[in-house]
Ligand binder design. Structure first.
Ligand code: TYC
Length: 101
């Protein structure tokens, strides 16, 4: 037996792979009211009023803004839910997803 003392936390564990993450991206348009975008961001992505306003204004100024990252299924479900809320109210509001590098 070796008398080298190996602490349990230094023994390598088998590596478990994390699922790849996907970004939800808010796309700017010229028609959806700013207040409506804020309402959708708060409802679907559980952001605060201030976070929602910041995300909306970034998309408004730059053309698009990353809202959050999730596993692929959650990202796609939330992007669809948020886009559908816009469509139901007659707005062209659009959320897309893309894999994170
Ligand atoms: N550009 C819109 C307006 O001026 C507001 C808006 C912001 C719409 C962000 C979509 O992703 C968006 N009414």
């Amino acid at each position: 037996m070796s008398d080298i003392d190996v602490k349990p936390e230094t023994i390598a564990k088998p590596k478990t792979k994390q699922p790849p993450l996907h970004k939800v991206i808010l796309i700017n348009d010229d028609y959806t009211p700013r207040e409506f975008v804020v309402i959708v961001l708060k409802a679907v992505f559980r952001t605060s009023e201030e976070e929602a306003y910041g995300i909306m204004m970034t998309a408004h100024r730059l053309g698009a803004c990353v809202v959050a990252v999730f596993t692929r299924e959650v990202a796609e479900t939330k992007a669809t839910e948020a886009t559908d809320l816009g469509r139901s109210a007659g707005h062209p509001l659009t959320f897309t997803t893309e894999p994170e590098e």
